[in-house]
Design a protein around this ligand. Structure first.
Ligand code: ADP
Length: 492
């Protein structure tokens, strides 16, 4: 009997391979760093060939580490950094340019020229015109590389997000495909018709011939010919959607927040896309058995990064785990509020000009208050996204599932539960992203029989319930809102 599913989690700075058993428990993992290339101010790129070889390495390494044989592997799942764009020659498999990473702003000028198309693009894709998404990155490469546009029109060049690139390499160039979640981040995919959209392709002047086939997130993407094994890739999803699935957020209103460097909140909104007027993105959560589920998505730019700043910038802690120790040395924030808008504010403010500001200090303020206010700021920013989500969807969110490095802070988790006045659930396996595609692949192979079976396998490790009275939570929130307002008024 096959014992394991192997999930590949290809992220911005590292590639990982993770083995899960039949219960969805993590058995072993291997990781390898990927170098980023910064050619110019605002450019973030990586060598797509290095990304691929790092994936080969971690696959081999995890099998060796866990002493698992190929014969014991049921199937593969792939989850990936989204939007990152690779274009390669069909014949030689050689990328024609570096992979342009999602963070990169190098195609900003292309987006600026298309400002008039904002409404049509928003209605079709649920996104906004922004260099973050793939379309302008493709345009950038087709403009930059000699003859690329013509070659793409002839079908000699192929485009893919990282999932597509890895599927292509793993199947030895037999399959050029992506799933709906990744397609929905390109700015070229119509989330209503579930097809590449002719109008959008025209707006960006991108030849359809270079685009991959789009399939369900749970689908047989083909055999891993590269390793010469009869093992198939059966689950594919972009990282944030995979995480939503990995948290078993299967029902409308189910919501997760990832507390990494930044924070990513996604809520399952059911079978219809909800278009936001307040800066949330609408995205495909997954497509399973012909049924597409949608999600709303919001992000906080500075989440755990604020803790890094306490460590590296302010130097008031030596390591991230000291944040809790320090915060607990004071009974509350002492009236101190910190808006960590180091790079502006994301959802729902979308204010690029605001900068980090600390309010409410007195002679009695000490570093522990600042640390506490920093942890609280991560929770307040997440609450801002959360409130907009429930307002725009008109869905009452009953609990929040969490993952990411900063969930190690119990002070943060408790405060988040307090100000949201809902329960917070932290799963046993914090690798929700990899687990999400393990579940998708396992549902396709029969490893998992049903969504209910998946839910039964899923364990919660820690639960935080509100301890703060509701009126106190409201007062805190009011002060935070005032702090954000004041921070936004300041101009240097
Ligand atoms: P990413 O995937 O964005 O690299 P991770 O999920 O690995 O992020 O989380 C890293 C972040 O978590 C860092 O910004 C770090 O400051 C924060 N972090 C890690 N441990 C703690 C802790 N005990 N308390 C608070 N923040 C923490």
């Amino acid at each position: 009997m096959k014992k394991y599913i192997l999930s590949i989690d290809q992220g911005t700075t590292s590639s990982r391979a993770i083995l899960f058993d039949r219960k969805g428990s993590l058995v072993a993992s291997a990781s390898k760093e990927v170098n980023l290339v910064y050619q110019k101010e605002g450019y973030v790129e990586a060598d797509a060939t290095e990304i691929w070889s790092s994936v080969v390495d971690v696959i081999n390494n995890v099998l060796i580490k866990a002493n698992v044989k190929w014969e014991e592997i049921d199937s593969f799942g792939i989850t990936n950094q989204r939007e990152t764009t690779v274009i390669w020659e069909k014949k030689t498999e050689k990328p024609v340019y570096n992979a342009i990473i999602w963070q990169s702003r190098q195609s900003q000028y292309i987006c600026e020229k298309l400002a008039k198309k904002e409404t049509i693009i928003h209605n079709k894709t649920g996104l906004i015109i922004n260099p973050y998404f793939s379309a302008s990155k493709i345009r950038f490469i087709l403009d930059k590389v000699d003859g690329a546009q013509k070659r793409a029109e002839k079908g000699e060049l192929l485009f893919g997000t990282i999932d597509t690139w890895l599927i292509w390499k793993l199947t030895n160039g037999k399959v050029h495909a992506t799933d709906t979640t990744n397609a929905s981040r390109t700015l070229l995919f119509n989330i209503n018709t579930l097809k590449w959209d002719k109008d959008l392709l025209e707006i960006f002047n991108i030849p359809e011939k270079m685009l991959p086939e789009v399939y369900s997130s749970k689908h047989d993407y083909g055999k891993i010919e590269y390793f010469n094994r009869d093992i198939h890739i059966l689950g594919v999803a972009g990282d944030q959607q995979a995480s939503l699935f990995g948290h078993t957020c299967f029902k409308e209103g189910d919501c997760k927040n990832t507390y990494g460097t930044g924070c990513f909140m996604l809520m399952n909104t059911g079978s219809k896309p909800i278009l936001s007027k307040k800066g949330l993105l609408t995205t495909i959560a997954w497509t399973i058995d012909g049924k597409t589920t949608y999600a709303l998505e919001g992000s906080v730019f500075i989440g755990g990064a604020a803790i890094q700043w306490l460590r590296d910038g302010l130097k008031v802690i030596k390591e991230a785990p000291e944040a809790d120790e320090s915060a607990l040395k004071v009974k509350d924030n002492g009236g101190v509020y910190f808006v960590p808008a180091f790079v502006g504010l994301g959802t729902p403010y979308w204010d690029d000009d605001v900068r980090g500001t600390i309010f409410g200090m007195t002679r009695a303020t000490n570093r522990h208050h600042i640390v506490r206010a920093t942890l609280e700021a991560i929770a307040f920013q997440s609450k801002d996204v959360f409130d907009i989500m429930s307002e725009e969807s008109q869905i009452v969110i009953k609990s929040l599932k969490v993952d990411g490095g900063a969930t190690n802070s119990n002070v943060l988790m408790q405060f988040q539960s307090d100000i949201l006045q809902i329960d917070i659930q932290k799963p046993c396996c914090l690798e929700s992203t990899a687990l999400g595609v393990c579940y998708l692949a396992g549902l396709q192979s029969g490893f998992f029989k049903s969504l209910k079976h998946v839910k039964d396998c899923h364990d919660v490790k820690a639960e935080f319930s509100p301890k703060m009275p509701a009126n106190l939570a409201q007062n805190y929130t009011k002060s935070w809102t005032n702090a954000v307002k004041a921070a936004r008024l300041f101009k240097a």
